[in-house]
Design a protein around this ligand. Structure first.
Ligand code: ATP
Length: 232
């Protein structure tokens, strides 16, 4: 469904991503794990059209989308839940959700109800300002807003960052549920344990390169992965 082939990305003289290839089959959850600065966010931002690659190819549903602009990519059904959530603090929950549907001209009422059914907390708080929500609620809103574009592929940049363990568990169970409802997921995480438990396939990234890949359940028992990312 989604394929990256030999992608390299530079910021000036810094090689942030070096010749990586990966594939995300339709209906799967794929995770990219790795330390700070490994190039994970750069990879997602490049897919989303926010950064232009130096070389390589990005294919979605058989189409070459390399270097296309962000609105075109959202229109194709790829959405990014950015690191740090970036919700609009001075808009209400409902207004934030409506912004997620900005490229659509069809009716969005059913999708608002769909998002509210996934996140009953957001329904209760639909008139609350985004900036006054808790960290976990803001993450739910960021995911809900991304779903309003009706994505086929949802990319998530560190959804568990800064959240309490119980809230992290909630977020990952919702990620599974969204996936069961037909959305393919590409997830980057420093919480490798939760990510590998959730994902069908994992890729390990180190200083711009993919150094290891395999089934999530196999990587979680891999000795090198355990030492580097799972605390031993
Ligand atoms: P983290 O988990 O800390 O977010 P990451 O794996 O997502 O890390 P990236 O944010 O992709 O890593 O960063 C990869 C490299 O590119 C780092 O060396 C970083 O300093 C550099 N980098 C990222 N964004 C920029 C930018 N806008 N300009 C210059 N260098 C950048």
């Amino acid at each position: 469904m989604f394929e990256i082939k030999n992608l390299s990305v530079n910021y000036g003289g810094i090689e942030a991503v070096r010749d990586i290839s990966l594939s995300v089959p339709e209906g799967s959850i794929v995770t990219l794990i790795g330390a700070n600065g490994a190039g994970k966010s750069t990879t997602l931002r490049t897919i989303a059209g926010l950064v232009k690659p130096r070389s390589g190819r990005i294919e979605f549903m058989g189409e070459d989308i390399t270097g296309k602009d962000p609105a075109y990519i959202v229109g194709k059904g790829i959405t990014l839940v950015p690191e740090g959530r970036r919700i609009f603090p001075d808009l209400t929950v409902l207004e934030n959700l409506k912004i997620g549907a900005y490229l659509r001209s069809d009716s969005i009422e059913d999708d608002i109800e769909w998002v509210y059914s996934l996140f009953p907390r957001l329904k209760e708080r639909s008139w609350q300002y985004g900036g006054t929500l808790s960290g976990g609620e803001q993450q739910m809103l960021a995911v809900g807003r991304a779903l309003m574009s009706k994505p086929r592929l949802m990319m998530m940049d560190e959804p568990s960052l800064g959240l309490a363990p119980l809230v992290v568990r909630d977020i990952f169970s919702i990620i599974r549920k969204i996936n069961e409802e037909g959305v393919t997921i590409l997830l980057i995480e420093q919480n490798a344990n939760m990510a590998l438990q959730t994902a069908d396939t994992g890729y390990v990234m180190e200083t711009g390169r993919i150094t290891l890949s395999g089934k999530g359940s196999d990587l979680i028992t891999d000795e090198g992965v355990r030492k580097a990312y799972l605390g031993g």
